[in-house]
Design a protein around this ligand. Structure first.
Ligand SMILES: Cc1ncc(COP(=O)(O)O)c(C=O)c1O
Length: 433
């Protein structure tokens, strides 16, 4: 017993804390890696249809299969290997917090920064690890100086919290918020760009645009808008909540200077993780949300000065990155598109189905918004959950009312069939209880 204790005591972190849970959880991740070992040599659209591979991915999650989760756009579950890593880091933190948390674990965050930078295709000194997209974007929305009367431009389909952020600046600083109305769905990037261009004035000081609009799945012409903003000296903040690790897109294709995203959505990292990219020469000009020293003016870590916080969430982003690469970014996007095609093809056969989303690749992300003539959207959402335990989101925006359907890689084809069966039942028999 004595020897055994000495042996365990001598084990270096993370081996000592990794012993029990990891035995079970890494197996799932290894099976995924094995299932995709040759996938980089194949066409992602073929990989997307190979159910044997995706079975291994589905099994790597701990979903409650008595329900069908079609709201992964809100927040995604993390694979078991990510959950286990987080718990491991948390347990270790609590053994001697001020030493283990700050001296051992916090410095390890640098490898996560490096991994995120590699995935996005930027320099590691341009990546801040945050708690979510809200924090990343608010750093930008609050961090640029604006004077009374300055205008900020966005759309009325951007994320409500980001609109609230500007609305607070309207009340506090006297800025002017202009919101474009977006056509739904839209397959004309020129037209979208024109809508923004028409609203620009010499007082426009900031543009906020979603990479992929959360309520419809509309993809926006980010690169062109960034170029337009740059030509007028206007910073463009890109909300990447539904772009990053969902679409196989890197910085070079976007060309932006500011990009904020959550990592607990499509990267499948622990809840409470996000990323902010700020181009190197823009870091000095952007104030952090919480104060940092003057010495940190050019250091992207100034955006991480949030006081004591858990290291566990941030470090387990490493496992999420490994899982993402194990599948392959292109395969993941292709699978998400395939899942969308499975349910849209079947339901669009019914003449009462109305899609609020283009299905053409350049104009959409991987999710869609759908309405059914004769069925009240809010009641349908409730009926799907109460009768079938299928979870969706009711979007009640006047220009795109409908159910937002966001399957993820853990969803099975049988679950999508259950969703389609339920909808066909609703269309045929109604949903009155
Ligand atoms: C487009 C968009 N931006 C920002 C956010 C905020 O993300 P979080 O709540 O993770 O901060 C969301 C969340 O759904 C979103 O869809």
């Amino acid at each position: 017993m004595h020897d055994r204790r000495r042996f365990l005591g001598a084990l270096a972190y993370p081996a000592a804390v990794a012993l029990a849970p990891a035995c079970f959880t890494t197996r799932g991740a290894e099976r995924v890696r094995g299932a995709f070992a040759d996938a980089h040599t194949l066409d992602p659209d073929d990989v997307a249809r190979d159910e044997a591979r995706w079975f291994e991915v589905q099994q790597a999650f701990t979903c409650d299969r008595s329900t069908v989760n079609l709201n992964n756009g809100g927040v995604c579950p993390a694979p078991e290997v990510v959950q286990a890593a987080m718990k491991r880091h948390l347990d270790y933190s609590n053994t001697l917090p001020s030493q283990h948390l700050w001296q051992t674990l916090e410095p390890q965050k640098e490898t996560v920064r490096d991994g995120l930078a590699r995935l996005f295709g930027c320099h590691r000194e341009e990546v801040a690890i945050t708690r979510n997209a809200s924090e990343s974007l608010q750093i930008c929305q609050f961090g640029l100086d604006l004077e009374r009367g300055d205008e900020v431009l966005t759309s009325d389909q951007d994320y409500p919290r980001m609109l609230t952020t500007f609305e607070q600046r309207v009340r506090r600083d006297g800025i002017v918020l202009k919101k474009i109305r977006l056509p739904v769905p839209c397959e004309d990037f020129g037209a979208l760009l024109g809508l923004y261009e028409r609203e620009l004035t010499p007082r426009t000081k900031m543009i906020l645009v979603s990479h992929v609009v959360n309520i419809t799945g509309q993809r926006m012409p980010v690169k062109e808008l960034v170029e337009l903003g740059r030509s007028r000296g206007i910073p463009v903040i890109v909300d990447g909540a539904h772009g990053f690790a969902n679409l196989d897109v890197r910085l070079a294709e976007l060309g932006c200077d500011y990009y904020g995203t959550s990592l607990h959505k499509w990267l499948f990292a622990p809840h409470g993780t996000g990323m902010l990219f700020v181009r190197r020469d823009k870091i000095r000009g952007l104030w952090p949300l919480m104060a940092a020293t003057e010495k940190q003016d050019d250091d992207v870590r100034k955006f991480e000065e949030i006081g004591t916080h858990p290291a566990a969430n941030f470090l387990a982003i490493g496992e999420a990155l490994a899982f993402h690469h194990g599948i392959g970014p292109a395969n993941k996007e292709a699978r998400l598109r395939y899942l969308r095609s499975v349910w849209t093809q079947r339901l669009c056969a019914n003449p009462r189905t109305r899609l609020n989303t283009s299905l053409a690749k350049p104009f959409s992300g991987t999710h869609a918004n759908v309405r059914f003539e004769g069925l009240d959207t809010r009641e349908l959402h409730t009926w799907l959950w109460e009768k079938h335990k299928i979870f969706t989101v009711a979007i009640l925006h006047p220009d795109c009312e409908g159910l937002r359907i966001t399957p993820s890689v853990h969803n099975t084809l049988q679950e999508l069939e259950r969703f389609c069966d339920a909808l066909e039942e609703a269309l045929e028999k109604g949903i009155a209880t």
